[in-house]
Design a protein around this ligand. Structure first.
Ligand code: NDP
Length: 585
């Protein structure tokens, strides 16, 4: 999710050309950004994730043909997770280690896996090295098959975690939580679902992910299209066939060129009769160094190897004395300038790679991204760019404007009608602040979204005052990590420790103190204003489509090392940061 853009990038910070060159590229970046902002001043409102009525079909689960009938549940559990992806799985593993038995996962899909349950489009894989991304490898005694894990292996790993920690027993699938209301008398959460359940839970963990609700661009006439269509996170294999042979005689269109499309396009290009890729802004595509895991390396891995690997990854980068002195001698402006110049060099390398691979010059030009690297999610793929050399693959570059009209035959751009058999939406996901589909009402009856109306307010991105025993995972005001599972594990460890603390001390309810919450909001704001990159970036979900003034609503940008340290410090001084309600004796 959001901004990691304040981090230095891994290229030399020394300017390599006259400053005028970098300044001219920055001007071009600004022009491209302004062009997009002028087309879409409405920001995030350009999208809809209200997939009801004519749009309801875009959210139907294609992987579970029927909803399994069951009686409504009216029981009590100690810990309830809303969502069954990595957040729930990782935290549950730690809770089990603390002896917590009563754990329920409530999940909208028909199995655990979250993102990896829903995203099964062809080519789906993770860009983070598998030995880091797949969690609990020590505990499960598993070594991933390849340097980068593919979607099916990740989903299977999620299922293996659920089996190992006995999480299927109380889990309830194909169920959406609709309300979560605190009962101050019983000191418990009351939850209702779309399956008529009325459950109670002492602790509730919002583990619904930040990018889990598919969204569609509000395109005129979208619902009039008479061909077949679906969102990439609801891939219709009944139509395409698992090997995509169903597309052999089809004219296929895909809208969007983000990380999803980059992985899906190569397979589509190879399978479809014709493929039209409708681009608004290109992604940066770097090399992907993938290889099968060496069995000899895997065999020699010592016990606890992944834990050790993660510890090393979490350590603060150490500068030598010379580097420290050089940094100290540099003005803040000079630091920013060097970092920007290095960033531009990295982007120019991405451009050169395009020129070297894509044969048609106009297509190559259109595929070049004009923004600072990390303004948008960087992508890594070896087949995406060569796909545009296929005679059946056509890039429709909308030069920042996007597709604004769809007729019954397909998209229209620049007066040209594209007649398609099938249209795929790779338009991404709504960025959630709290629960989706779910109203969360705290101690005073205030809805969490209403509390957040003027800006998110949390302690560590996890706790929010007035919402006792509620924990939010993977959300805003937490740190950003390219390896998201590492972040989720850090949060999960903290949450499990809080619950363990409450159990050990006879505490029924634990709530963040207002002062601690204010301290954290201030920390978040303090670390967000370091550069104006957020404002300067081309619009995308990283910067709320250009709504850059939402200062509290982003990530904590103080770095993962410091975030983990804050987690530890807060835990070491629980009495200072939390209000407790103890069990009456
Ligand atoms: P994104 O939000 O990143 O991309 C949406 C795409 O749709 C953008 O290219 C956007 O253009 C485009 N778009 C929107 N409206 C229109 C329109 N009207 N006409 C043309 N194009 C349009 O969604 P993704 O599903 O690709 O990725 C979401 C996130 O999921 C990633 O950023 C990443 O965090 C994660 N992910 C990770 C993967 C990995 O590990 N490799 C793979 C897939 C996803 P514009 O850029 O102009 O807004």
């Amino acid at each position: 999710m959001a901004e990691s853009i304040e981090k230095p990038i891994g290229v030399t910070a020394r300017p390599m050309r006259p400053q005028e060159f970098y300044d001219s590229i920055k001007r071009k970046f600004a022009e491209e950004r302004d062009l997009r902002l002028s087309y879409r001043p409405e920001g995030t409102a350009q999208y809809t994730s209200d997939l009801t009525g004519a749009l309801a079909k875009y959210e139907i689960d294609p992987y579970a043909s029927e909803v399994t009938p069951r009686e409504p549940l009216n029981d009590i559990v100690e810990v309830l997770f809303i969502g069954g992806g990595f957040s729930a799985l990782l935290t549950s593993a730690r809770l089990r280690e603390h002896g917590v038995e009563s754990i329920r996962i409530v999940e909208r899909g028909a199995d655990v896996g979250g993102t990896w349950y829903w995203n099964r489009y062809p080519g789906v894989a993770c860009d983070v090295v598998a030995y880091d991304y797949l969690p609990l490898l020590d505990e499960l005694d598993y070594v991933p098959k390849d340097h980068y894990a593919k979607g099916p292996e990740i989903l299977a790993h999620c299922q293996a975690i659920a089996r190992k920690y006995n999480l299927y027993e109380l889990a309830t699938f194909q169920t959406t939580v609709t309300s979560t209301v605190w009962d101050p008398v019983e000191q418990m959460w009351n939850l209702t679902t779309d399956r008529g359940d009325r459950m109670k839970a002492r602790f509730v963990i919002c583990a619904n992910g930040t990018l889990s609700k598919p969204k569609l661009a509000k395109i005129k006439g979208l619902e009039t299209f008479q061909g077949h269509s679906f969102h990439t996170s609801r891939w219709d294999y009944a139509y395409t066939k698992p090997d995509l042979s169903g597309l052999e005689d089809k004219v296929v269109g895909i809208i969007g060129t983000g990380a999803t499309a980059v992985q899906a396009v190569p397979g589509l290009g190879a399978a479809a009769k014709e493929l039209y890729v409708f681009q608004r802004t290109p992604s940066s595509i770097d090399v992907r160094d993938d290889w099968p895991t060496d069995p000899n390396w895997a065999r020699r891995l010592p016990q606890g190897w992944q834990t050790r690997r993660r510890e090393l990854a979490r350590m603060e980068p150490q500068l030598n004395e010379e580097q420290k002195a050089r940094q100290a001698a540099m003005s803040p402006e000079e630091k920013v300038r060097r970092q920007e110049n290095a960033n531009i060099e990295a982007m120019m390398k991405i451009h050169r790679r395009i020129d070297a691979i894509v044969k048609d010059k106009a297509t190559a030009e259109a595929l070049k991204p004009w923004y600072m690297l990390l303004c948008k999610r960087p992508c890594f793929h070896n087949e995406y760019l060569p796909t545009f050399n296929r005679p059946n693959v056509h890039l429709v570059d909308t030069r920042g404007k996007g597709i604004t009209e769809i007729t019954e035959m397909g998209p229209v751009f620049d007066g040209k009608q594209y007649e398609l058999d099938v249209l795929m939406y790779a338009t991404g996901f709504e960025v959630q602040k709290t629960g989706i589909y779910n109203q969360i009402k705290g101690e005073s009856g205030l809805e969490l979204n209403d509390k957040y109306r003027d800006g998110i307010r949390t302690l560590l991105g996890i706790h929010s005052h007035g919402y006792p025993n509620l924990f939010i995972m993977g959300g805003y005001q937490a740190s950003f990590q390219f390896n998201l599972t590492d972040m989720l594990q850090a949060q999960g460890d903290h949450i499990a420790s809080c619950i363990e603390y409450a159990r050990r001390h006879g505490i029924q309810a634990i709530d963040a103190k207002p002062d601690s919450e204010q301290w954290w909001v201030d920390e978040v704001i303090k670390h967000r204003g370091k550069t104006s990159r957020n404002q300067e970036c081309t619009p995308g979900y990283y910067n709320f489509e250009g709504e850059f003034q939402r200062r509290q609503d982003g990530n904590y940008n103080g770095g993962f090392f410091h975030y983990c340290k804050h987690l530890t410090d807060v835990h070491a001084r629980m009495e200072d940061h939390f209000i407790f309600v103890r069990k009456s004796r």
